[in-house]
Write a protein that binds this ligand. Sequence first.
Ligand code: HBI
Ligand code: FE
Length: 282
Amino acid sequence: MTGETDSSHRLRGNYDGMRPDYTVDQDLSAYTAAEHDRWRRLYLRQSALLPRYALPLVAEMTQRLHYEIGIPSFTEVNQRLKPATRWQIVAVPGLLPDEVFFTHLANRRFPVTVWLRREDEFDYIVEPDIFHDFFGHVPLLFDPVFADYLQKFGQGALKAKSLHGLEYLARLYWYTVEFGLIQTAAGLRTYGAGILSSAGELPYSIENPEPYRVHLDILRCMQTRYKIDSFQETYFVIDSFQELFEKTDPDFAPYYAALRDRPHLSADCRLPGERSYGHQAG
Ligand code: HBI
Ligand code: FE
């Protein structure tokens, strides 16, 4: 999960010794007892919020993964993930250049950061750490429809680079994979990893009257800027993963052409006539 950070952004993590594709080996022995304990407290606190705010599929999958006891072994996770959707998670030192990141997605590899946030970052961290990547992203890698969407997204992003569409695709990724909401029979729920891994934003995204919630329109979403270091001001809602899959299926080249004549919209922009959603009081 990253945002429109400037290049001077100091990277966390140890990038020495990484392979050409930016992967490293996860050294399970390097995690301290304090880190396993912090993981357990993060995991249990966040898991308790899922039944009320998360897409039921995510809550069920997280429950089945059972990783509350400590920081998981990526090898062990992959023994379960590969048979499920042919995806695997790969260990990385932290943020990757866009092209490297999307190349992994295009090959059904999800980059998961190896380090865990510090105690003073317990409630909020801007960069993706292992808790965000694992708790936020891994459960949905077990869903076949979403798993296919993510691979297609990576493949599309690599094409977008030549069409100067990467900035637009990064927004679509942000407002779906990281901060997406979905309408269910039980009401609005979240499936976005950035929300799922955040103790504050999970209730905020569903219950707070402040943010704007609007149905996902691909062009409108790609015009909309996003915030990287605060709760989102706009959330985009879908009715199903199938809808997401179908809306992103066509070739995006015409979209990028259309976007060149359209203005960038602020993160809190509200356009007349849009199908918006109210909040859902707890
Ligand atoms: N790198 N490790 C890592 N994780 C991300 O989520 C990530 C990244 N690099 C780029 C990136 N995300 C963004 O370009 C996407 O969010 C669009
Ligand atoms: Fe993320």
